[in-house]
Write a protein that binds this ligand. Sequence first.
Ligand code: CP
Length: 327
Amino acid sequence: RHHVISLADFTPAEYNTVLQTAASFQEVLSRRTKKVPTLQGQVVANLFFEPSTRTRSSFELAAKRLSADTLNFAASTSSMTKGETILDTAKTYLAMGTDIMVIRHKEAGVPNAIAQEMDRLGVRVSVLNAGDGQHEHPSQALLDLFTICTLIDRDRPNIEMLAGKKIAIVGDILHSRVARSNIWSLIASGAQVHLAAPPTLLPKLFAEYIYSEKTDILNGQLFLHWQLEPALQDADFVMTLRLQKERMTAHLLPSLREYHQLFGITRQKLQLCNSNVKVLHPGPVNRGVEISSDLMDDPEFSLIQSQVTSGVAVRMALLYLIGSGKT
Ligand code: CP
């Protein structure tokens, strides 16, 4: 694999390669030096056309831990403010010798368009999608998978561990590229995936399934709910999602108090779940909206900080596998 744009066609073997490579980098990160020379001389450019805290910083740190040189770009302080196009920006970074472009954009399809342009030019530049519009966020889903699997077995994470587990994905599914990538990886793992959202925050196609009373799809692995409770019942993991207010028109934005009452994850609602349930959130979090503030900070239930920590090892694995042409 040359680019990572989507998890739709990832195979179980590829997931396991990423998980096991990330586990070995997690071990490297626990050492005092924390660095390996693997990508020495390579250039990783973080081209972020949309804001980010954890994805951009952890890709940068991951590249540095692999001894690559890093370039950081933010659209707001770039020559795009003078009218330069996205493709010309990418070609400018290509001309500086970039080997891997990590791309985030508010429009779905931009990383793929840049990858196609690089292929058309016949250059060996890889593109990693760091989140494109409502489409996908592959590295987030891979770090979520790694966080869950390493909780089960820290040294030998593999995707088969999740077969039969019940995983609830709750909240603003409509706007969530994180949910879309997670659906691919979790379905590939054999897990039972339950989506719960208000009707306005589910993609239209999913809402039509619920109207037709066909709430289980994809061979009974994906379940759709307009209420939270059936999704939480006996769940092993709960992934809660941010309400993406910046992508909503005013008529779509729910009352935050009502949303928290109906779909916010609290200690009390977790009593419906398996007693060992853990809660994930990709961040950034609207505290007290999609998850109660106390639960978010409770290490007995919350994996939110572990997800951020996992992000560095998983992104090292992606950069290494792409950079050394081993996927
Ligand atoms: N989860 C995630 O993508 O966070 P950032 O927007 O801070 O990168």
